[in-house]
Design a protein around this ligand. Structure first.
Ligand code: HEC
Ligand code: HEC
Ligand code: HEC
Ligand code: HEC
Ligand code: HEC
Ligand code: HEC
Ligand code: HEC
Ligand code: HEC
Length: 379
């Protein structure tokens, strides 16, 4: 069965006929064109009938986009094994409902058996993503409706138009800019709205700059964790730091950063000071770390803090005189002190050796020097 699927096209047609044989009447053709006579997007959404009449309308399928998707060569019924006729409403067969996971795990097993893992490397990527996904927050049952998961593959990837371009192509770069919508358009609307106002959101959505953070840069993609867990609180710091390397370095040298590095999430992390979805430039008067708001930000944890407290610079470093003159001066003084001590030490030692050498020269003809093993008493 699985082998037949991987050969797609021709074999799936045969499979369709086999499936059709199991249905006595009506023996309609179950090819894509037939399905699309009712399910084409151009004809609008379909209303479910019977028991499902009140459920949400069924979206039509855009045949152009379907044709360009990674599954464009496949038959509808290769995935929709429970559809065994072309009448409305369908008399559902016992076949499995369409879903990405089981089909792709089987495809990869076949590729491994046939030694085609190199040629079909991207099928391996699908399976890797499935494995990562399984342990994520999205794969858990939804609190309100435990019959479904928080987010399934087809909530983020349209099943019929799935076409994430391969890594390293320019199409992939364009696609990357749409990620905030993938996460935010339907599910996380509040986060998306706030993100749009942030320095990252503006860069990505308005300037089309893919260097700034999109949702997955902070949250990861398929392994998204619950944000209240310590594992997230520790790893998010590294995620910010993968782009802001200098700020991570200076953060790591502070008390907050060292405790965080030891694996504890209770001291200030990047987002405790900067916020998460609404991060602004520190120069923006609305920024949580702008001098006007900074004390309030620190007071979330340091409840006793007063204005003097915020003279502490969370990103002070020793090589930026303009911004951190005191730190620069202290650091240069320490260097000068260190260099001075060593210079004095070597100068002193050098002069000492020089004098020793002079001494030796002066006593060149001393008998003890010519016969060193002669006992001193013999003098
Ligand atoms: C005569 C029109 C018509 C044709 C042809 C048709 N369908 Fe449907 N289909 C419907 C209608 C109406 C519904 C909604 C009622 C229902 O659930 O049966 C539907 C529902 C579906 C659903 C959703 C089922 C669910 O429970 O969520 C799938 C999947 C589907 N069709 C696939 C197909 C496939 C694959 C073909 C081709 C083999 C096909 N349809 C051919 C009219 C049609
Ligand atoms: C690669 C597998 C695959 C192929 C090929 C495929 N589908 Fe689907 N289809 C899915 C998945 C996955 C879902 C989501 C299933 C669910 O929600 O239960 C789905 C959902 C649907 C639905 C329900 C849409 C809704 O709004 O709930 C219809 C109708 C449908 N498909 C029809 C078709 C038709 C017609 C074709 C052929 C042109 C087709 N599918 C080809 C995988 C596929
Ligand atoms: C019934 C089986 C089936 C289902 C269900 C299915 N796929 Fe596929 N998928 C295939 C086949 C067959 C191919 C083509 C394999 C090949 O190139 O050998 C494919 C190819 C792909 C590829 C492209 C791999 C490449 O070579 O570039 C991706 C990505 C993918 N599928 C993701 C998904 C996602 C996401 C879903 C769920 C929405 C899904 N598939 C559902 C059978 C399926
Ligand atoms: C919460 C949303 C979400 C869910 C759920 C999700 N994905 Fe993805 N997926 C994405 C995003 C976003 C990307 C782009 C990642 C990137 O650019 O690094 C992606 C990329 C991919 C890719 C392309 C990877 C590559 O490197 O080329 C595949 C294949 C894929 N997903 C398969 C799946 C499968 C299979 C499932 C279900 C087990 C799934 N996804 C569930 C959001 C999701
Ligand atoms: C710059 C990093 C960053 C980016 C970009 C980002 N997030 Fe977050 N997100 C966080 C942090 C940190 C938390 C946990 C702290 C908090 O709740 O504010 C979080 C929490 C969340 C939560 C948990 C609920 C909540 O609001 O506390 C959701 C849902 C979420 N983010 C969705 C998104 C979506 C959707 C996007 C893209 C539009 C996105 N995030 C972009 C850092 C980020
Ligand atoms: C204790 C609060 C605090 C923490 C924790 C913190 N920052 Fe900052 N951050 C600030 C303040 C305050 C500024 C304003 C510049 C200054 O006064 O040094 C700033 C400035 C910045 C800037 C603007 C560029 C610059 O250097 O001025 C970036 C980017 C930045 N931080 C990123 C990070 C990242 C990434 C982390 C985590 C690795 C982090 N911050 C942790 C308070 C914090
Ligand atoms: C994918 C890379 C990436 C990630 C991850 C990322 N950022 Fe940024 N961030 C950027 C880029 C690019 C800019 C815009 C740079 C600029 O304008 O100097 C920016 C801007 C900023 C600024 C404003 C700097 C300024 O001087 O105006 C702050 C503050 C900031 N980020 C903090 C964070 C924090 C905190 C996190 C984690 C919660 C984070 N960033 C995660 C890429 C990233
Ligand atoms: C998420 C909570 C949190 C936030 C926000 C926070 N801190 Fe802290 N900070 C801590 C914790 C916890 C410690 C270590 C416990 C202690 O000694 O009080 C600490 C320690 C410190 C220390 C070292 C104290 C010492 O005794 O050596 C300084 C200085 C400091 N924070 C400054 C700041 C400043 C300035 C801000 C605002 C820009 C800030 N912190 C924001 C939690 C936070």
């Amino acid at each position: 069965m699985v082998g037949a699927i991987s050969c797609a096209g021709l074999l799936t047609v045969l499979q369709t006929e086999a499936a059709a044989k199991e249905i006595p009447v009506p023996l309609t053709k179950l090819d894509n064109a037939t399905c699309l006579t009712c399910h084409d997007a151009d004809k609008g959404d379909l209303k479910a009938t019977g028991a499902k009449a009140t459920s949400k309308p069924l979206h039509g399928i855009n045949n152009d986009k379907f044709g360009k998707s990674v599954h464009g060569e496949m038959q509808c019924v290769a995935c929709h094994k429970d559809i065994r006729d072309a009448v409305a409403p369908h008399k559902k067969g016992t076949g499995q409902k369409a879903e990405c996971v089981s089909c792709h795990l089987a495809l990869w097993e076949t590729a491994k058996k046939e030694n085609l893992t190199r040629e079909k490397a991207r099928l391996g990527v699908v399976v890797k993503n499935i494995e990562t996904y399984k342990s994520s927050y999205h794969a858990r049952p939804n609190k309100e409706d435990p019959s479904r998961v928080n987010a399934a593959c087809d909530d983020c990837h349209n099943s019929h138009t799935f076409n994430v371009p391969p890594q390293g192509t320019s199409r992939r770069t364009d696609w990357h800019l749409t990620i905030p919508d993938v996460c935010g358009a339907q599910c996380h609307t509040d986060e998306l709205d706030e993100y749009k106002t942030s320095v990252h959101g503006k860069k990505v959505l308005e300037e089309h700059n893919q260097k700034a953070a999109v949702c997955i840069d902070c949250h990861t993609t398929h392994g998204i964790a619950n944000t209240s867990k310590d594992t997230f609180k520790i790893s998010i710091t590294e995620n910010c730091g993968s782009c802001h390397t200098e700020n991570l370095k200076s953060y790591r040298s502070t008390y907050h950063g060292q405790i965080n590095k030891l694996g504890y999430g209770y001291t200030a992390k990047c987002y405790d000071c900067h916020g998460s979805h609404g991060i602004l430039s520190p120069k923006d008067p609305e920024s949580k770390v702008h001098p006007n708001n900074r004390l309030k930000t620190c007071q979330k944890c340091h409840t006793q803090a007063t204005q003097g407290f915020v003279t502490f610079s969370p990103h002070a470093n020793t090589h930026d005189f303009e911004r951190y003159p005191q730190v620069w001066i202290v650091s240069r003084f320490m260097w000068a002190l260190l260099a001075g001590v060593f210079a004095f030490f070597w100068l002193h030692t050098g002069l000492w050796w020089y004098r020793e050498a002079q001494d030796r020269k002066a006593r060149r003809n001393h008998p003890d020097r010519r016969h060193p093993d002669k006992p001193r008493s013999a003098k």
